[in-house]
Write a protein that binds this ligand. Sequence first.
Ligand code: ADP
Length: 334
Amino acid sequence: ETIISGTTEPDDRKRDAALRPKLLREVIGQKKVAQRLGIAVNASRKTKEPLGHILFDGPPGLGKTTFATVLPNELGTSIQMTSGPALSKQADLLPYLTNLEEGSILFIDEIHRMPRVVEEFIYPAMEDFRIDLVLGDGVNARTISMNLKRFTLIGATTRSGMLSSPMRDRFKMQEHLDFYTINELAEIVRVNARKLDTKISEEAALELARRSRGTPRIANSRLSWVRNFAISEADGSISMEIARRALDMAEVDSEGLDKQDRRYLETLIDVFGGGPTGVEAMAATMNIPSDTLSDEVEPFLLREQYIVRTPRGRLATQKGFLVVGRKQSTDGSS
Ligand code: ADP
């Protein structure tokens, strides 16, 4: 069971790869980001200069990897993919740097989790396409400089606030991805249903979109469940009735919240009287890392105004109380 619905399980990963748009014009929503990237791509094609380094930030499942994988297709170049946690020491980065081709892309997911030593190692690579290697140690230690092919670093992070500012400043473009509208998600559902050779009614596509927490990855996983349900229980095409039955059976609620969202709101309300409460106290009570709460759970609750952020911590709104069936006391006592 996926608890945090934005995170990537192995099945998700396969589905993500199969359903990922290949070109910028196939990307749905995030119009301004796509337009700016389009300009950068055109300029790079015309000048034959590599694309400047790009940082994508935003909650999981909103398309950071999608944008990163679309760019090499647009540029006719190759991409190597790794992640911050996989790069625990400088030597881990070396094979990627030496495999670079002129103008190719190196994608580092969760770049905020790259240790400081690796971060510092990568600065000259980003700035001057050069790395400084220290050979030997003690009195015999010497530094040699190695030139690299000119490349583009694309970083993805769920929390740009955790990147050091020298790192952040080295990205020429910084693009924030936000949650998708219902109509954009419905479009993603329709396009992907077509890719999966599945008929879906207009209202069923909207219903899936409403119940996908503003997140394409979740829309894809809902679609895949509803499609299986339609194949097993009906003729394989997805009507409104089939979509509703399937989503109810999966305990996907009609507001699009997942179990974690509800637990968050219930804890904030039942344990802390609706707040204000610091994220650390919430994390300790729910027994979930506070990073997970602030990167994966809270952004959607904030955007939908189930909670607000105050100087003294998180506060449940009336909408937040109502969605978990609690009554807000008006005089502050409960
Ligand atoms: P992230 O890297 O931000 O966690 P991904 O790029 O892996 O998210 O997106 C997850 C899945 O959602 C992708 O495989 C793709 O199918 C779908 N997706 C994400 N963004 C879009 C988009 N703008 N248009 C169409 N599909 C998208």
